[in-house]
Design a protein around this ligand. Structure first.
Ligand SMILES: Nc1ncnc2c1ncn2[C@@H]1O[C@H](COP(=O)(O)OP(=O)(O)OP(=O)(O)O)[C@@H](O)[C@H]1O
Length: 237
C-alpha cells in the first residue's frame, strides 16, 4: 500500500482558473520521486495541493492512516524571535517528544550539520545553507514517514548539497517516502527512483528513467535529454 496516493483532476487558486489539470501518482515506503518541470509548470502548486493549502481542488489525496508527514519549503521559514534551540523545544512540545528521544534524534543531526555551536542563535541570521540545514533538522525531528521537499538544493554550495543529498538518501534508506521537487536534473537522475514530469499543469510523464528512455526511443539518454524530448513532443519548448 502506498504512503500517499495523489489524484488531482483540477486544482487552483481561484475558482474556474485551474493551474493543475491532471495528476495521478503515488509514493511508496522508501521511494524517492522527483517532481520535475519548467518554471511555472505547477510543481509548487502540486505540493500545496497535497498539503491542503490550495483553495480549489477536485480530486483525491489519500494518506495512509497514521503517517507523519514533514514538509520542507523552498524558502526556509523561521520564527523571528526564536533561536534554533527554541524552535526545537517548540516542535518537541507540540509533538510531545521526550527529552531522551529529543536528544537521541537532534544531537546527531546538529553535529552532522555543524550547527551545534549555533543552537542559541536566531536561524534568521544564518546563511542560506545553514538555514536549509536547520529546516532539515526541524523536519527530521519528528521521524517522518513521508517527506515533501521543494527545491532542496537552491542556494547551497557543493558541500552543503552533498550533506543534504546524503541526508535525503539516509531517510529514504530508513524507509521514508520522499517527494522532491527540483530543477537539478543531473542530481535527480542519480538519486530518484521515479519521476513525475509536469508541463502546463498536466502530468506529461510518470515513471523511471528507463520508462522515459523507452517512451522517447532514446536508449541510454540522460534525464535532461528525455525531459527536453518529452516537452518538445508537446510543442511547448
Ligand atoms: N499564489 C498564487 N496565486 C495565483 N496563481 C499562482 C500562485 N502561485 C503560483 N501561481 C500560478 O500557478 C502556476 C504554477 O505555478 P507554480 O509555482 O506551481 O510553478 P512551479 O512549477 O513551482 O514553478 P518554479 O519552478 O518557477 O517554482 C503559474 O501559472 C503561477 O503563475
Amino acid at each position: 500500500m502506498s504512503l500517499i496516493s495523489i489524484k488531482i483532476n483540477e486544482a487552483g487558486y481561484d475558482p474556474g482558473e485551474a493551474k493543475i489539470h491532471h495528476l495521478d501518482f503515488s509514493i511508496h515506503k522508501g521511494e524517492l520521486i522527483g517532481l520535475i518541470g519548467a518554471n511555472g509548470a505547477g510543481k509548487s502548486t502540486t505540493i500545496k495541493s497535497i498539503l491542503g493549502h490550495i483553495p480549489f481542488l477536485e480530486g483525491e489525496i489519500l494518506f495512509k492512516e497514521g503517517i507523519a508527514t514533514a514538509y520542507l519549503p523552498e524558502r526556509p521559514v523561521f520564527y523571528d524571535e526564536l533561536t534554533l534551540q527554541e524552535h526545537i523545544n517548540f516542535i518537541a512540545a507540540v509533538e510531545e517528544l521526550s527529552v531522551e528521544v529529543l536528544n537521541n534524534r537532534v544531537t546527531p543531526l546538529l553535529k552532522k550539520f555543524q550547527l551545534t555551536n549555533h543552537i542559541h542563535e536566531l536561524p534568521g541570521t544564518y546563511s542560506k545553507g545553514m538555514q536549509q540545514k536547520a529546516m532539515f533538522i526541524l523536519a527530521l525531528m519528528i521521524k517522518p514517514d513521508l517527506l515533501i521537499i521543494d527545491e532542496p538544493f537552491m542556494g547551497l554550495d557543493p558541500i552543503a548539497t552533498k550533506i543534504v543529498l546524503e541526508m535525503i538518501m539516509e531517510e529514504r534508506n530508513r524507509g521514508v517516502g520522499i517527494l522532491m521537487c527540483t530543477h537539478v536534473l543531473d542530481t535527480a537522475e542519480k538519486v530518484c527512483d521515479q519521476f513525475v514530469l509536469i508541463d502546463h499543469g498536466q502530468q506529461l510523464a510518470y515513471g523511471t528513467l528507463e520508462d522515459f528512455r523507452g517512451t522517447c526511443s532514446l536508449p541510454g539518454a540522460s534525464l535532461f535529454d528525455c525531459y527536453h524530448h518529452l516537452i518538445a513532443d508537446k510543442g511547448h519548448e
